[in-house]
Design a protein around this ligand. Sequence first.
Ligand SMILES: Nc1nc2c(ncn2[C@@H]2O[C@H](COP(=O)(O)OP(=O)(O)OP(=O)(O)O)[C@@H](O)[C@H]2O)c(=O)[nH]1
Ligand SMILES: [Mg+2]
Length: 493
Amino acid sequence: MRNPVTRTAELDPVEAAEFDALLAEDTPSTEEPSTGEMQLADRASLRRVSGLSTELTDVTEVEVRRLRLERVVLVGVWTEGSAARSEESLTELARLAETAGSEVLEGLVQRRDRPDPATYVGAGKVRELRDVVASTGADTVICDGELSPGQLRQLEDKLKVKVVDRTALILDIFAQHASSKEGKAQVELAQLQYYLPRLRGWGDKMSRQAGGRAGGAGGGVGTRGPGETKLETDRRRIHKRITKLRKELAAMRTVRETKRGRRAANAVPAVAIAGYTNAGKSSLLNALTRAGVLVENSLFATLDPTTRRARTPDNRDYTLTDTVGFVRHLPHQIVEAFRSTLEEVTGADLLVHVVDGAELAPHDQVSAVRDVLKDIASEHDEAMPPELLVVNKIDAVDATRVAELRRLLPEAVFVSAHSGKGIEGLREIIADRIPRPDVFVDALVPYTRGELVARAHAEGEVIDEDHTAEGTRLRAKVRAELAGALKPFTGTG
Ligand SMILES: Nc1nc2c(ncn2[C@@H]2O[C@H](COP(=O)(O)OP(=O)(O)OP(=O)(O)O)[C@@H](O)[C@H]2O)c(=O)[nH]1
Ligand SMILES: [Mg+2]
């Protein structure tokens, strides 16, 4: 069962209208504090009808959107590392399966040097698996890895139930959780790319029949039976859809980049929150900004980046962006499709990397997250933003474990988004790490240009301020852009 949505405080009533207007464009649908609850309600209803909201309309014959997982048996191949590690991996798979809406009946792990090229697990294990499937009445087997199309087919033929791999499972969760237009398009693209080489079923049979009818004549008239045509048509339609989605996403990405560019021009430092799924990223965003972002004890609750205004203890504004969570072996189709979302992270001034302190192996999660981010950054020839490691949920572990974690992750800040412990300290460290305004100005701003004084307060550091007959005498440190706007009033402009 899912936990209920954690209630969060109201939005800050004192709003800098201009700044919010800038952000509002990004996330129009999450401005209301109650959106989190609405999203949850939506999801619950989605679950009942099992993913109907994400149907494909263009490619109706090929059912790629829904896995309809019900009662599942998990199976993993343990190739390296300790037995405990392999069990953890299977536990995570169980959580993923439950997040996707299925009931986990049993889990099996096989020790092998590498997965069997034909059936993923070895022949003996396949027989054992078939017995487990029969005795538990499972309708689906989920494998803890990415299987080749051939492995999937052979296992299905032997087990007589649907076989799904970890990648398809993650894609399914993403499909259920996507809510924005961009998020949905990203997931659909990832799914189509995954399913394209795996199209099979009647299409396959039909094309074999067609081949038979043509009597191996080697092409030409007659080779194109109706079945093959159908499969080919489907492939073509999927290719077309992929092209269309790519185009749409490229356009959305341009919009996103423009907005980010505008935020950068306004010189508001950007802080991105990233981390393993369920680490408490959204909770931390809420704790730091009192926003009402959806928090859920579920994997991949957040898919769409949400940007909120935040303020340092010394009253400088910055943006905080909450992003999609990571998981070990995040399918490359997802990384590819969510590139623009993930670029919010690599393009930030500071990366707040949240780690779940209640997890057994936080180090593994930290490296899984860093690996994905490094890939994206290197593709763009970008340097990664400086990283601030934050261990969350320290309310959920005892003092001994906290001490142990401090030794393991000496550079980290320790907080609890729930109890608020360490949050004030974190605010100060963030304030310390984001770029500071560094241009000194001494200006006499006429009272008709009061907005410039207000901006100096919001974006810069006012050293002193004096109200004279001619206007406001302002001495402050600001960023280059505001310094330019103030130049006419400095006596040198
Ligand atoms: N005990 C404890 N639980 C927490 C804390 N912060 C978050 N949680 C819980 O952890 C779960 C995940 O929290 P989220 O904030 O949704 O995590 P997330 O990283 O945004 O997750 P995704 O968006 O799914 O990747 C929820 O059940 C939260 O209530 C904390 O400080 N202490
Ligand atoms: Mg979240």
